[in-house]
Design a protein around this ligand. Structure first.
Ligand code: S3P
Length: 258
């Protein structure tokens, strides 16, 4: 019994040390945040994480603990990234723009870089409806789709620390943008009509372009929407000739400086 109690005392002491060290670590993380904020750097620095892990593993005395320490540190690094992210971005980043401007692709990369959550409104709608957007358009029409889109937009606008990728037509209803801007910065992704056409010409998932798909149709829709897109945007990023990675890095600098 004495042995058990003394081992438990030892555990309590270790836990206290762990907590103290963890809190000190978090304070240091806060300092890193301030630095990254001032210098427009990405939250996720894979090189630094590898370095941290290597250093930690070198200090493990009992080789049997290596796997557990590795696991523990992956969790600690994730917690620290998420904490940095929540502090830097207590708001949502809302990606708007025409079909094929890269909202979803860029959004996923950005979410990973900034350790933010990611939501694609079209995917969410499709998941809830149990059918593709194209199928829903075909069966119920655009007006019915816009009503569902509005409700989902209102719901996701209440989130925080989330990258929200919107369908291209989200700007058609002003209330969507008002909702999304309550706790979000809107970023408009732009691309040339030819680029958009080349990106989506073989994609059958866009109901508005299914019939009469062609560059003329894209021009016509864009012509009508151009002003809506610009007035809905807090920031405009041209994606022309840039990789998703490059677009993200540009966005991070802009967001941090705003
Ligand atoms: C639409 C764009 C689509 C989808 C629906 C309507 C639009 O989303 O919401 O087909 O009106 O521009 P993407 O922009 O993600 O393709």
């Amino acid at each position: 019994m004495d042995q058990l109690n003394s081992a438990r005392d030892k555990i309590d002491t270790c836990d206290q040390l762990i907590i103290n060290a963890f809190e000190e670590r978090m304070e240091a993380v806060e300092k890193v945040i301030k630095y990254k904020q001032e210098h427009g750097l990405a939250i996720y620095d894979s090189k630094r994480e590898v370095e941290v892990l290597e250093k930690v593993l070198k200090n493990v005395k009992n080789p049997e603990n290596i796997e557990a320490v590795q696991y523990l540190y992956q969790e600690i690094l994730m917690i620290s990234r998420k904490m940095q992210s929540k502090m830097l971005f207590p708001f949502n980043i809302v990606l708007i723009g025409f079909m094929g401007t890269g909202k979803t692709t860029v959004g996923k990369v950005l979410a990973e870089k900034l350790e933010m959550d990611f939501i694609d409104i079209d995917s969410l709608i499709s998941e809830r409806l149990g059918k593709t957007i194209s199928q829903f358009f075909h069966e119920n029409g655009e007006v019915a789709f816009r009503e569902i889109e509005k409700a989902v937009v209102e719901e996701v606008s209440n989130l925080s620390n989330t990258i929200i990728s919107c369908g291209g037509g989200v700007v058609l209803h002003e209330e969507n943008i008002t909702n999304l801007r309550k706790n979000g910065k809107t970023i408009l992704l732009m691309a040339n009509e030819e680029t958009i056409y080349n990106r989506i010409k073989t994609d059958q998932s866009r109901p508005l372009l299914k019939n009469g798909m062609g560059i003329e149709k894209i021009k016509e829709l864009l012509q009508y929407r151009r002003e809506l897109y610009t007035k809905s945007a807090d920031v405009i990023v041209n994606t022309e000739g840039k990789s998703p990675e490059a677009v993200c890095n540009e966005m991070i600098k802009i967001i941090l400086n705003n």
